[in-house]
Design a protein around this ligand. Structure first.
Ligand code: CA
Length: 234
């Protein structure tokens, strides 16, 4: 019973984990030290004034557990200090601006906010590598375009501390940016990041027909015997 109940629970998810080992799932390599602003000022009036959204498509159904990305500080002679991050995953959507149609981030699928520097490690100058293991894995399907945004909490201050997600390559060559509430749907190039996690199976396992029919046959025999006893007694 426990075995079948467990399988039923897994089947309800529609996805089964192949391996507990995180494997590389998607990568856009570092391109150069330029980038796009993505930042939330947690105390200033500007607030979340810039968000970069990057699109990606997986080749296998997967559970995303880990991200890496490359970014850096600019706009001031000092870097300031990041105090936290928000990572979000989105479904795909369509935006029509004048004669043009763009794919853009749509419904939010997952949000994770956390404090700290996300393992900030100096790469060169004011450019850093970052990484984070999600507290809750995000299950995504193969062949479907999704979007991810990464926004640090960084006080602008009087010196104008700013952070940008650095340029990358390997995607479709464009990102979407929300800049003070305006959607800029065709910025280029890509930004640098990677996803890793666990591969998932899309098919629920099939039960052995012998296991499901044998107990029913056994129950049938028992009922038949009991019915026969009742007839004898009456
Ligand atoms: Ca892209």
């Amino acid at each position: 019973m426990f075995f079948r109940t467990a399988l039923s629970a897994l089947a309800l998810t529609g996805l089964l984990t192949f391996s507990a080992q995180a494997v590389p799932l998607y990568n856009q390599a570092f391109l150069n030290n330029l980038g796009w602003s993505s930042q939330n000022d947690p105390i200033g009036p500007e607030g979340n004034f810039a968000t970069v959204y990057e699109n990606f498509t997986l080749s296998s159904d997967a559970s995303i557990t880990d991200l890496t990305w490359i970014g850096g500080y600019f706009g001031s002679v000092t870097t300031g200090t990041i105090t936290g991050w928000t990572i979000q995953f989105y479904a795909d959507d369509i935006l029509v601006q004048g004669p043009d149609t763009y794919t853009v981030p749509g419904a939010v699928l997952a949000t994770e906010s956390f404090s700290g520097l996300a393992n900030q490690t100096l790469r060169s100058g004011t450019t850093y590598d970052y990484s984070h293991t999600l507290a809750t894995a995000v299950n995504l399907q193969a062949g479907v375009q999704y979007w991810v945004s990464i926004v640090p909490d960084l006080v602008l201050g009087n010196e104008g501390h700013q952070w940008e997600w650095k340029n990358g390559s390997g995607g479709d060559g464009r990102i979407v940016q929300n800049w003070f509430g305006s959607i800029l749907p065709d910025q280029s190039p890509d930004v640098a990041f990677s996803l890793s996690g666990n591969l998932l199976a899309t098919e629920a396992p099939e039960l052995d027909p012998g296991r499901s029919t044998l107990p029913l046959a056994f129950v049938g025999c028992i009922l038949g015997v009991l019915a026969g006893r009742r007839r004898v007694v009456s």
